[in-house]
Design a protein around this ligand. Structure first.
Ligand SMILES: Nc1nc2c(ncn2[C@@H]2O[C@H](COP(=O)(O)OP(=O)(O)OP(=O)(O)O)[C@@H](O)[C@H]2O)c(=O)[nH]1
Ligand SMILES: [Mg+2]
Length: 238
């Protein structure tokens, strides 16, 4: 398998390096549909070093990370989703890219905050995750899955603090408000406004796997982050 960052898109010459490239949701979803299981690892040092953009899905246990990955990739059982919290226990990587050329990877991370997990395991996992978020070199974006009925938990806040220095250096950040189908329209727009204030400049989107809400928006954003516009002439090295 070949793994390489995608080359600059030729017809994007008039796009500024800071502006996202335009893409249709159909293209973004077609790209996500190419997802294939790449590898699984209990700890950071078992993950292969990669030089393509990596997008990590994080959040409390049962928030809907694995379901979101399955929905975005339009594959029923790519990531293990379950009614039982704590189903995902390893870092699972999925490669993306057309014609067998990987141009990005998705990472499904185990959830945190599940009460029934022994304390030692919780601490161990929090350390693995913090280590991953701080040191994974090709990490390009974080998708924080948050159930708006619970809001940001204490551990979500800790995570935000851990990644803040990297976000200030350009790491992309998206809060996905999951299970939006459980909220009324009015509750949805309230949850969106509150999270926009809390997300510290990151993006926020409502999402529902069951009602298929927000799928195109999230897919487009992920595609844009994995395919940044090439620098304009004269901008190289700035
Ligand atoms: N109503 C509703 N339920 C959802 C949605 N997304 C996920 N769920 C349910 O939430 C439960 C947990 O989903 P998972 O995708 O396994 O959650 P996870 O965040 O991967 O959980 P861990 O692997 O334990 O961290 C499952 O019962 C899903 O069916 C959604 O959009 N709407
Ligand atoms: Mg999971």
């Amino acid at each position: 398998m070949t793994i390489q960052p995608s080359p600059p898109t030729p017809n994007a010459s008039d796009a500024s390096a800071n502006e996202p490239q335009m893409v249709s949701p159909v293209v973004a979803l077609g790209w996500l549909h190419t997802a294939k299981f790449l590898t699984t690892a209990p700890q950071l040092h078992f993950l292969p070093p990669l030089d393509v953009p990596e997008i990590a899905f994080v959040g409390r246990s049962n928030a809907g990370k694995s379901t979101c990955i399955n929905t975005l990739t339009q594959q029923k059982q790519l990531a293990f989703a379950s009614k039982k919290p704590g189903r995902t226990q390893h870092i699972n990587l999925f490669s993306l890219g057309k014609q067998g050329v990987t141009d990005a990877v998705l990472a499904d991370l185990p959830g945190y905050g599940y009460a029934a997990v022994p304390k030692q395991d919780k601490i161990r996992w929090q350390q693995v995750m913090a280590n991953y978020l701080v040191t994974r070199e090709n990490l390009k974006a974080i998708v924080l899955m948050c159930d708006p009925r619970h809001g940001l938990t204490e551990l979500d806040q800790v995570l935000l603090e851990v990644v803040r220095p990297r976000v200030e250096e350009g790491l992309k950040f998206l809060v996905v408000l999951t299970k939006a189908d459980k909220l009324t329209r009015a509750e949805q727009s309230k949850a969106l406004s509150i999270m926009q204030l809390q997300a510290g400049g990151g993006e926020v989107r409502l999402f529902s796997a069951t009602k298929r809400q927000g799928i195109e928006e999230v897919a487009t954003l992920l595609w844009q982050w994995a395919h940044p516009a090439p620098p304009q002439e004269g901008e190289a090295g700035q």
